[in-house]
Each structure stands twice: as C-alpha cells, then as structure tokens.
Design a protein around this ligand. Structure first.
Ligand code: 3HC
Length: 301
C-alpha cells in the first residue's frame, strides 16, 4: 500500500551509489544503513582526515558487532566494510544518485554544502537532508535544481528506530519524492510524509516534552524525581538519558528553531543552554539504575 501522499512508485529512480556529507554520529550511522540495506557503494565526506577515519572506523566496528551477533556472515561483513569509504573531496559523489547531508544544523552551512554537491552531481541526483528542524524549502531555494531536494529525517539510533519522516519542500518534484519513498522502503523504514514545518512532527512533540521536564528541574525538582515521575508516560528511556543520546546541542538547536517559529509555545530553555555550554562529559545515573546518560550532573542541578 502506498503511504499517504506518496507519488506513484513507477516514478522512482534507481539508487546505485550514495554520498553522505559528514562522518559524525548521525552520518556514519546513515552510511552503514545505506550500505547494509541497499548493498551499494557509500562514500562519506568530511572536513578532515581525522573525522573521516573516525566515521569509517565506527562503521567497521558496527559491522563487527553484527558479525559477532551472527546477524551477518563473514563474507557479508567483508563486503559491507568494502562498500563504505571516505573521501575528503565531494568529487567522489560525481556518479552518486542519492546524496544525504548530516552536517552542522545551520541553514547557511547546509545551503553551502548542497551548492558544492550540486556542482559535481547530475541534475537528477537526489539531495536529501537529515535536518532535525530546518526548512527544506529554504535549503533548496538557491540551487539550480531545487526540485531534487527532499527531507529525510532519521531517529537515533538509526539502526533501531523504524520511523523516517520524509519532507516535501515547496518545489520537490514527484520523481524525487517517489525515489525518497522507494529508498526509505528499501532501508526498511516506516515512511511518513510530513509537512515542511519547523521541526516537522516528532521533534516538535519531543522538544515540548523535554523542555518541560528540564523546566521542572529548573524550578527545583531533583532530576531523579522528575525522571521517576515521567516513568508512567512509558518512554523507552528516561528523558535525561534520551537527551544524552540525542545530544544537548541538537536539542538546544531544535528548541531555538521552535522558539523562533512559535515563541509563545516554545520558550527558550536556560538549562538546556547551560548543558550545552558545560559541554563536558560526566555521567548521570538515574535513581532507577539502568541506562546512563553522558550529561554533566552539575550543569543540570
Ligand atoms: N546504536 C546501534 N544500535 C543500538 C544502539 C545504538 N546507539 N543502542 C541500542 N542499540 C541496539 C542494541 O544493540 C540492541 O540490538 P540487538 O537487539 O541486535 O542486540 C537493540 O538496539 C536494543 O537495545 P537494548 O536491548 O540495549 O536496549 P533497549 O531495548 O532499551 O533499547 C533503545 C535501546 C532502542 C535506544 C531504546 O531505549 C529507545 O528506543 N530509546 C529512545 C530513543 C529515541 O527516542 N530516539 C529518538 C530521539 S529524537 C531524534 O533522534 C531526532 C533528532 O533529530 C534529534
């Protein structure tokens, strides 16, 4: 059955090579997912060799874990490792038909990245963005072919969480959208078509909840009490652990985007900003034990 709003799948173009801009936490998870599910070459790019090496090393380590769990054979592991490579130049994207960016969450940076990619790829190559909250239409606006830009928003951990928000920008054409849906399906994700609105759907809801729980701590409720009180909501992990997983910097960024769009509904969170400013590691153990976050407890208490 075709997902609501998805165009005819006959319009989808084949994806035979993938480019990933960035080799950070999200980008390297994407590199592994595309190689594993599509079985095509995936090239990661980043600003320097160190980041690139770290991204490729992450993929190799995850492949070894899959092998260790017996999920893939030794041959498949070797093939997967061979499929994911790193390159310092975007020229390596020349024959890619699907490029996804997962770089710093700033409009100017993302527009610049897409302009650089557009200079080397074919006019049909899909340019996808994994942005958490920024406008897909604005990201595409300055390109020669804005019709091939689409939002492709994954959730952390990418290998585990099934949802994929697909975002149609103002000028995204049917062939691009059909290719995005076909690719999402091949990645074994549950694809939903969402409106190009600030933070789409999931992050808007999530941020409202996280900002409120941070606010209760700001008002004096101890963290462990706030987390225990939130337990009946049935979240898969305690809210502060989740923030450690997503990264307080990303959470703050989504908060800022939403504040700009809806100032009355999304006040800026001073505690979130403090967490990001603290920026150092530290382990917060929820009273219930179990999962740990990497938040600095002094920054929130
Ligand atoms: N990377 C890869 N795999 C991971 C992982 C990670 N970071 N964390 C857990 N996994 C895998 C485990 O290896 C395990 O796989 P297996 O079944 O093959 O052994 C499987 O996930 C289940 O893990 P566990 O048994 O250790 O733990 P849980 O059952 O508690 O699940 C969880 C862990 C999936 C992380 C779960 O706690 C969860 O869903 N948490 C909520 C995450 C969430 O809400 N993410 C969305 C954040 S918002 C976002 O990303 C958007 C962005 O724009 C900000």
């Amino acid at each position: 059955k075709r997902p609501a709003g998805a165009p005819d799948k006959a319009l989808a173009r084949p994806v035979t090579k993938v480019g990933v801009v960035g080799a950070g936490l999200m980008a390297s998870q994407l590199g592994l997912l595309f190689a594993r599910r599509l079985g095509v070459p995936v090239v990661l790019t980043d600003l320097d060799q160190e980041r690139l090496d770290k991204g490729v090393a992450y993929v190799h380590a995850e492949v070894d874990k899959l092998l260790g769990k017996g999920r893939i054979s030794a041959d498949e592991a070797a093939k997967l490792k061979g499929l994911v490579t790193g390159s310092l130049t975007k020229d390596a994207f020349a024959d890619a038909d699907f490029v996804i960016e997962a770089v710093f969450e700033e409009m100017g940076v993302k527009q610049q990245v897409f302009a650089e990619v557009e200079a080397v790829v074919s006019p049909e190559c899909v340019l996808a963005t994994n942005t958490s909250s920024l406008s897909v239409s604005e990201m595409a606006a300055k390109l020669r072919h804005p019709e091939r830009v689409v939002g492709f928003h994954f959730f952390n951990p990418v290998a585990v969480l099934p949802l994929l928000e697909i975002v149609r920008g103002e000028r995204t054409d049917d062939a691009t959208l059909a290719t995005a849906f076909a690719t999402g399906k091949a990645l074994k994700k549950s694809c939903v078509l969402v409106k190009d609105a600030p933070a789409f759907v999931v992050n808007r809801v999530l941020l409202r909840m996280l900002a409120e729980i941070v606010q209760t701590v700001e008002e004096g409720t101890p963290i462990d009490v706030a987390e225990r009180a939130a337990a009946p909501l049935g979240l898969p992990m305690p809210p502060f652990v989740l923030m450690g997983l997503v990264g307080p910097a990303i959470a703050l960024h989504v908060n800022e985007t939403l504040h700009e769009a809806f100032p009355d509904r999304f006040p800026l969170s001073g505690k979130l900003a403090k967490l990001v400013a603290a920026g150092k590691s530290g382990v917060y153990r929820p009273a219930s034990g179990g999962q740990q976050s990497t938040l600095d407890p002094e920054a929130v208490e």
